[in-house]
Design a protein around this ligand. Structure first.
Ligand code: UD1
Length: 311
């Protein structure tokens, strides 16, 4: 099997790449290294090709996708506040880039594309947990772009017969999540702050909640979306079904690390949703997905990884 992973040098993409290699696939990573890192791929073993290639360049994608059977599309600008600060850039990468990926996948006669969608598509829909049947109502430019990507996947299925499935990721965390930017995911920021003896910064009152999902769970859901017959055109939640506030998360981290969390509270961020929690019944039923690493275990593993990186 030859698989392409766009964004394969990034946090989640490198874990998808690692698991594909472990299962015996030949993998080509397509990444422009704007957020991805060589170091994320350094320890991976197996037939891996790394192509420095932006998804905003259609000709380059046509060359890169030749001979591919499966395509995992994870390349994106991934930050909500970055999209609020620069909606044009996020739109260009996440929507124009996704259309390029779909055109090149169609032309390469890829068997199926799996798209990394986002729970941000739900926005502030009041009901929890979120089910895929709810009407999306994003409240940030980022959420709009990720939702539009799903629609484009489905339309490429209808118009050109390109098999597709989307997984809406819910706040994925774990080893290799880059903590270095102000736009980095909250758990990477909290953990590195504690490790470095800095105060973690909480935007808002800390009572906002997320379905924090350890990365191996979404990797499993993502590969199931590629290999399960009869699911083309569908969208699945990739979460755990749980929900934890930032304040509770800091308390757990204090317990794991043995250090007081002592957070600093700053004003809330524009574009932030308040609560997020996945209903994973459909993913369970149709893909046979069961999350195997719970939040606390995931936090421990992630803490251990950042600690080992410090040395
Ligand atoms: C995250 C992902 C996004 C993904 C979505 C759903 C990142 C950067 N964003 O968005 O790609 O599509 O989940 O899976 O991984 N916060 C703090 N202190 C900080 C950083 C953040 O309090 O230092 C707060 C934020 O204001 C927000 C919450 O933590 O309320 C989560 O923020 P963040 O980790 O950026 O994730 P989402 O915006 O939920």
């Amino acid at each position: 099997m030859r698989a392409i992973v766009t964004g394969g040098a990034g946090f989640i993409g490198s874990h998808v790449t690692e698991e594909l290699l472990r299962r015996g696939a030949a993998v080509a990573v397509v990444d422009d290294f704007s957020a991805g890192k060589e170091a994320n791929l350094a320890a991976l073993k197996g037939p891996l090709e790394v192509l420095r290639q932006s998804i905003t360049d259609l000709d380059g994608l046509h060359r890169a996708f030749r001979g591919a059977e499966f395509l995992f599309h994870l390349a994106a600008r991934t930050s909500v506040p970055r999209s609020v600060a620069d909606p044009v850039e996020t739109n260009c990468v996440n929507i124009d880039g996704t259309v390029n990926v779909l055109v090149a996948a169609r032309d390469a006669k890829v068997r199926r594309i799996v798209y990394a969608a986002s729970s941000s598509a739900y926005g502030e829909t009041p009901t929890l947990p979120k089910t895929e049947a709810m009407r999306p109502d994003p409240i940030s430019p980022y959420g709009v772009t990720k939702y539009v990507g799903e629609l484009y996947c489905q339309v490429f299925g209808r118009c050109y017969g390109l098999e597709n499935a989307s997984i809406r990721y819910f706040n994925v965390f774990g080893p290799r999540q880059d903590p270095s930017s102000p736009y980095s995911g909250v758990l990477s920021q909290f953990i590195t702050a504690l490790l470095e003896g800095r105060q973690p910064v909480v935007f808002g009152d800390g009572e906002q909640s997320r379905d924090f999902t350890y990365v191996s769970n979404v990797v499993d859901a993502t590969l199931r979306a590629a290999e399960t017959p009869g699911v083309s055109g569908l969208v699945f939640n990739g979460g755990t079904g749980g929900r934890f506030t930032l304040n509770h998360t800091l308390a757990l981290l204090a317990k794991i690390s043995g250090k007081p969390a002592n957070p600093k509270y700053d004003p809330p961020r524009a574009g932030d949703i308040r609560d997020s929690q996945a209903d994973i019944s459909l993913t369970r039923q149709m893909l046979g997905y069961v999350p195997t690493v719970d939040f606390e275990e995931g936090l421990r593993r992630t803490w251990d990884w950042y600690k080992s990186e410090q040395r």
